[in-house]
Design a protein around this ligand. Structure first.
Ligand SMILES: O=c1ccn([C@@H]2O[C@H](COP(=O)(O)O)[C@@H](O)[C@H]2O)c(=O)[nH]1
Length: 353
């Protein structure tokens, strides 16, 4: 977590902006423009937009998905314009993009690349995890194509192209339910690119407790499932502790569980925390303070809707504005919201120390 730690210190800001576009979070004029462009493309291809569910439906849906995905990317670029110099990291949530099929994936990789080009640390919220051999394939998110373009090379296992193509992520969220053989390939890939991982340990959603708070008997180590997971994550990261004092294997710990976060902070001294749940899910700055270490480091806090949808609360917004004016408002309001979050977090951390 050395690069992330350095960026947080440089910008004096532990905020991560979640890039989670969905249609209702985009200004309506941007969606309308995408509709018009899609209709034009359909007409050029001889497709009838009214026929979306009928004979040529698949082709027409593909055109629409393409234009909607382009609108997502444009929206994200407007957000990045507002926040790139202010925050250390972004966290695009791949689910929002996967909903648009391959066109959405292109918007996702385009977003990651644009963020990386602006010097931001990119956390791919992909929540992957599987048996070791499949985890190797998922780990290509970090270390590139599973076969480099080297003519004549024999194929006896994944060799990986290295570099950032095609995903441009610095870190991934992973699901460690499958145990250490499902984590090892991710750790190796992270080592290859000097990247990181964040394992789900204590999630922010209310029903995560149905599993994570289950108690264990003393023969299994006692405590709860999330505590045991925390111990395992701390131990799996031991061999990758960097100059920052944190390993490459971080943990996701929800802002909505401050007491649990405090326990985990104690038990996981070398594990960096990614803390979602601030803002839209009800977590406050005071709630996330226990996730930080004594030097006010060791954690970053994500907000997605609270920043990317800030324009929706702007009294100057009107659906009659031009697309350019609306995107200008998205940029300005995202910046203001990110600045307010930075101030809120830094104030709470300062008061608590
Ligand atoms: O425990 C978790 C793990 C991941 N998330 C993700 O973080 C963002 C939160 O979005 P908000 O709009 O700020 O609520 C989203 O991508 C989640 O999938 C989480 O919330 N909790």
């Amino acid at each position: 977590m050395d690069r992330l730690t350095a960026l947080v210190q440089d910008k004096n800001n532990p905020t991560v902006v979640g890039l989670d576009p969905r249609p209702e979070l985009l200004p309506s004029q941007l969606i309308e423009q995408a509709r018009q462009r899609a209709a034009r493309s359909m007409a050029q291809m001889g497709l009838d937009p009214k026929d979306l569910q009928q004979t040529q439906g698949e082709q027409a849906q593909a055109v629409w998905a393409d234009h909607l995905a382009r609108a997502y990317l444009r929206f994200n670029l407007a957000i990045l314009e507002g926040v790139a110099d202010l925050v250390p990291a972004v966290k695009p949530q791949i689910a929002m993009y996967e909903a648009l099929g391959p066109w959405g994936i292109r918007a996702y990789t385009g977003t990651c690349r644009a963020a990386a080009d602006r010097g931001l640390y990119v956390i791919g919220d992909v929540k992957r995890g599987d048996i070791g051999s499949t985890a190797e394939a998922y780990a290509a998110h970090l270390d590139g194509l599973p076969l480099p373009f080297t003519p004549g090379q024999t194929i006896d296992g994944p060799a990986h192209s290295g570099g950032r193509f095609p995903w441009y992520e610095d870190a991934l969220t992973i699901n460690v339910y499958l145990g250490s053989d499902g984590v090892e390939p991710f750790l190796q890939a992270a080592e290859h690119i000097q990247g990181d991982l964040f394992a789900l340990v204590r999630t922010s959603n209310p029903s995560g407790s149905q599993i994570q708070e289950l108690g264990l008997d003393t023969a299994s180590g006692g405590g709860t499932i999330y505590q045991r997971l925390g111990d395992l994550v701390e131990s799996w990261g031991q061999s990758s502790i960097g100059e920052s004092g944190y390993s490459r294997l971080g943990a996701v710990v929800g802002a909505t569980h401050p007491e649990d976060g405090a326990l985990l902070r104690q038990a996981m001294p070398h594990t960096f925390f990614l803390v979602p749940g601030y803002g839209a899910q009800g977590g406050s700055a005071a709630d996330v303070v226990p996730m930080f270490d004594q030097s006010c480091g060791g954690a970053v806090v994500n907000s997605s809707r609270g920043i990317i949808a800030a324009w929706r609360k702007d009294p100057d917004y009107s659906p009659r504005l031009s697309v350019q004016a609306a995107l200008g408002m998205v940029t300005r309001d995202a910046r203001q919201a990110a600045q307010a979050m930075k101030d809120d977090l830094n104030q709470a951390i300062k008061e608590a120390r």
